[in-house]
Ligand binder design. Structure first.
Ligand code: PLP
Length: 389
């Protein structure tokens, strides 16, 4: 009978990594019978996250990052016929909530330093949109793969044209911008605790906002908009988006190891950097000068001219030895569902997508596992390299 070799155990892109205290919090929820959408872990998780982020923010724990963004867009008043600008280089969860509200997404291009929204394009787009009377109601700035966007310049442009800035910090928890925590540099931010993120509640998300009244309104909406009455009275539309107290317990445990997770993911990136230092035609996404990169995912860019290899070649070579890797996010303006959406630029995002590969980046990745990854990548690129004279 064949047995799976231990050396061939599958390596995933990014897996959950419990800290140890999560089970104690879950047990406490069971012992006290707080097993639903209210309870001390929900309050605790929200307060502890808000305290961790600082800058007077408030938090609302919900069922996903996508749900969090939906609540935010609704709170801003985004509705049918409105436009909402969004990074094109991102995951669809950044853009779907625009459609939930019946609005039109406008996709904006990236810059290469951080793979995030290009402030120059934001400024130019808003100036032109203002002239045409087509300003968006909101702008969603995504902080991709653990690196904060250059948000000051983007915020200044939004302020000038009265556009509400929203930050999608689903991938950047633990990163900083000019010394401050991510998810505190806009009136509204969202986090995700999906299983592949830097910390997880198995599935979940959070709204972060400066205004406590905004949080209170979204809290009500997230619980089916029940009016304060003995019977069920609903004066407005509701959603069933609240996080469970059990999952919030997992979140409290995870939040206690967030700094350690950032250190571990940054160490993974560092080891990739070292392993590829002598390989031509591969370079990691750098760390932008304006903030620390949490390295949620290590992204490497390939230069095909140096070795003839595409990201897909490397992904297939890794898959052959049971290692998961994947291309950089495919830009939203190239997605079939957004084929009709207006966009500004897009060539930079398409180029980053064409050259980018996301490498296994789990905080639990061992050095031996990482060596398996780097061996394959090195041999794939070096074997193909043109012979030197
Ligand atoms: C994961 C993710 C989301 C969505 O979060 P979910 O919790 O999976 O709904 C949104 N935006 C970005 C950039 C993400 O990576």
């Amino acid at each position: 009978m064949p047995c799976i070799s231990v050396t061939n155990k599958r390596i995933y892109l990014s897996v959950p990594h419990m800290g140890g205290q999560e089970l104690d919090f879950i047990r406490e929820a069971f012992e006290t019978n707080w097993l639903s959408s209210v309870g001390p872990h929900l309050d605790g998780f929200e307060q502890e996250m808000a305290a961790r982020l600082g800058h007077g923010v408030h938090a609302l724990a919900v069922s996903s990052g996508t749900a969090a963004l939906h609540l935010v867009l609704r709170h801003i008043g985004v509705t049918r016929g409105d436009r909402v600008a969004c990074s094109t280089l991102t995951f669809a969860g950044s853009a779907f909530p625009i459609l939930y509200q019946g609005a039109t997404p406008v996709f904006l291009d990236a810059e290469t330093q951080s793979a995030n929204l290009d402030p120059a394009i934001v400024r130019e787009y808003l100036r032109d949109a203002a002239t045409r009377g087509e300003l968006p109601k909101a702008l969603i700035a995504v902080h991709l793969c653990g690196q904060h966007a250059d948000i000051d310049a983007i915020a200044a442009a939004c302020d000038e044209y009265g556009v509400v800035l929203v930050e999608d910090a689903a991938e950047s928890l633990g990163a900083t911008y000019k010394g401050r925590e991510t998810a505190t540099t806009a009136p509204y931010s969202i986090l995700s605790f999906n299983g592949n993120k830097i910390i997880t509640t198995t599935g979940g998300g959070m709204v972060i906002a400066k205004d406590p009244a905004a949080i209170a309104t979204m809290r009500k909406w997230s619980q089916q908009s029940r009016e304060p009455a003995v019977e069920y009275v609903h004066a407005e539309l509701g959603h069933n988006y609240r996080m469970s107290n059990v999952l919030a317990g997992i979140g409290r445990g995870q939040l206690r190891v967030l700094d350690e997770r950032v250190r571990q993911r940054r160490r993974v990136a560092e080891r990739y950097e070292q392993a590829f230092a002598d390989v031509p035609g591969i370079a990691l996404q750098g760390e932008a000068p304006w903030g620390t990169n949490s390295r949620w995912l290590t992204v490497a860019y390939l230069d095909r001219d140096a070795h003839g290899r595409t990201p897909l070649d490397v992904i297939q070579a890794l898959e052959q030895v049971n290692i998961e890797a994947r291309p950089m996010w495919r830009p939203m303006h190239t997605q079939p569902i957004f084929a009709d959406a207006p966009r500004v630029g897009g060539a930079v995002a398409e180029d980053l997508y064409a050259r980018g590969i996301c490498l296994p980046s789990s905080s639990s990745l061992t050095e031996a596992e990482q060596d398996r990854v780097t061996d394959v990548v090195r041999s794939c690129l070096l074997r193909a390299a043109p012979a030197r004279a």
